[in-house]
Write a protein that binds this ligand. Structure first.
Ligand code: HEM
Length: 492
């Protein structure tokens, strides 16, 4: 018994002194920090269920309120650097990109087929792949996919007609995610998912699974990011095994079907097949992984953006009316048809979407890893190779210094007159620099098609089932506790 007590006491003091030593890292570097606690560092306890997006925005806020240009925190005992000043942010993302080209979040990639993609790769493999895949997203290629996307809006409009006739409260994220699943399912895998007719399709099921957050899943991710060796021993992977296998099979089947039946379509899969077959620029595994990345990065981010946009329009009926008037006026010039060109003429629509992404940056954390020791501007401190860097888009975009009255939904912040006043490094809904989101054009096109299709026929208001004020939920993509519920009324 005595022996056990001595052992436990020794273990306690060893852990205590180890943590104390680790927690002096930022002070030794001359970089301000926030007081950590053992063993979580600056992370809040998992049972408090504070979403990471909010935790990191709070770190930003604390340093900012103390007048600091940057700071350091600890994830468990691992240091993480938080740039606060927009000049530092921009240097990391753009000017000094060569020091920060790594996202550095991939782990145990060799255990999965789908993780070898643009989002997770780093170094020369990322660079080569980004160059090869970039032509997939030109405006010419987007124009090719326009009709496919527009067709996916038809069942959505039908569903809205039904729900408005039945006066049902609409779980708007769920409804919009069916639309974005159909779009990306069609454009990436070339399959007609019909999510409205078959809401429990495998694509919808596995798509949901990718983003389903649980405390256990978050804990696994924290272990994986902080203790790679342990993650390897425990066999922790980025996605569940069945998710990886499902998407790999889907992409392989789609590829084989097209090859053996000589089928060509205007979509991502076709462009990737051409890269593989004619230019020998992609391997089969790379093709599978890219299709998966487009699916994962595309459907939930766009559905969340649409959800927040409709919520704000339902809460600000004057803005909804003004936008509907613009849509109606522009469509009149195109014989009432939604065309690719008509989208370019809707300036106020652009403003509304930009303001939605300002208030709700759905991918609110921009992550980089320092790949070489880096002399931090305005300081005598050096950032060590391998340090994780986190930029809080949510913190910056709700900072009253850059966006006065930040809780107010005001699309005029993005008018021609005001847009040029936005400070570089403060507005980052798609990230910035060479690793900026590759799918911006595609994402914005589907968001616009959806909004136009809905607003021209329906009026939206907030249903009392929505818990106000909105409270963010756990998850990589920003979500809302209890969901957003809207009423929809058919007009004309
Ligand atoms: C409104 C919709 C979207 C939002 C808000 C969004 C946001 C983002 C953000 C914040 C990043 C990280 C950028 C950085 O680290 O600097 C990113 C990366 C990425 N996004 Fe998107 N995204 C959207 C739609 C899409 C779509 C539709 C696709 C594909 C079809 C896509 C594919 C990607 C890929 C592949 C990356 C990794 C790029 C790289 O590291 O080279 N995204 N996105």
């Amino acid at each position: 018994m005595f022996f056990i007590v001595v052992l436990l006491t020794l273990a306690y003091f060893s852990i205590y002194y180890y943590c104390k030593q680790r927690f002096s890292y930022w002070r030794r570097k001359g970089i301000p920090d926030l007081e950590p606690s053992i063993p979580l560092g600056n992370l809040s306890a998992p049972w408090k269920k504070i979403p990471p997006s909010i935790q990191y925005a709070n770190f930003y806020k604390e340093f900012k309120e103390r007048g600091q240009k940057h700071g350091g925190v600890y994830l468990f005992t691992n240091p993480m650097y938080i740039p606060v000043d927009p000049v530092l942010v921009r240097n990391i993302l753009v000017k000094d990109f060569h020091n920060f080209s790594m996202r550095g979040i991939s782990f145990n990639a060799e255990m999965q087929k789908c993780t070898d993609n643009l989002f997770f790769l780093d170094g020369p493999r990322w660079k080569v792949l980004r160059q090869k895949v970039t032509p997939t997203f030109t405006s010419g290629k987007m124009k090719m996919m326009f009709t496919t996307m527009l067709n996916c809006a038809k069942p959505l409009v039908q569903e809205m007609k039904l729900m408005s006739a039945n006066r049902e409260a609409i779980d708007i994220k769920e409804t919009l995610a069916k639309f974005t699943t159909d779009v990306i399912g069609s454009c990436a895998f070339g399959i007609d998912c019909n999510s409205f007719e078959t809401p429990n399709s495998d694509l919808r099921k596995y798509g949901k699974m990718v983003f389903q957050e649980t405390v256990l899943k978050s804990l696994k991710m924290l272990i994986a990011f902080n203790y790679r060796g342990l993650a390897k021993k425990l066999g922790i992977t980025m996605f569940e095994k069945e998710v990886d296998e499902f998407f790999a099979k889907l992409a392989t089947d789609a590829y084989n079907y097209r090859m053996s039946n000589h089928i060509k379509r205007n979509d991502f899969m076709q462009i990737l097949i051409e890269l593989k077959e004619t230019e020998n620029a992609l391997t089969m595994n790379e093709l599978i992984a890219q299709v998966f990345a487009f699916f994962v990065a595309g459907f939930d981010t766009s559905a969340a953006t649409l959800t927040f946009c409709l919520f704000e329009l339902a809460s600000n009926l004057d803005i909804q009316k003004k936008l509907r008037e613009e849509i109606s006026n522009v469509l009149n010039e195109y014989d009432g048809e939604i065309t690719y060109e008509s989208l370019q003429d809707m300036k106020y629509l652009d403003q509304v979407i930009s303001e939605t992404l300002r208030k709700y940056p759905v991918a609110s954390m921009i992550i980089r890893t320092c790949s070489e020791d880096y002399q931090i501007p305005f300081s005598n401190s050096t950032l060590e190779k391998g340090t994780l860097v986190l930029i809080s888009a949510l913190g910056l975009q709700r900072d009253p210094e850059y966006f006065p009255d930040p809780e107010k939904f005001d699309p005029d912040r993005f008018s021609n007159e005001n847009e040029s006043k936005i400070r570089p490094g403060t507005y980052l809904p798609f990230g910035d620099g060479p690793r900026i989101c590759i799918g911006i054009r595609f994402g914005l096109m589907q968001v616009k098609i959806c909004l136009i299709s809905l607003l021209k026929g329906f009026e939206f208001s907030v249903n009392s089932k929505t818990k106000l004020p909105l409270e963010f939920d756990f998850g990589f993509v920003t979500n809302v506790k209890g969901g957003i519920w809207l009423n929809c009324q058919k007009i004309s």
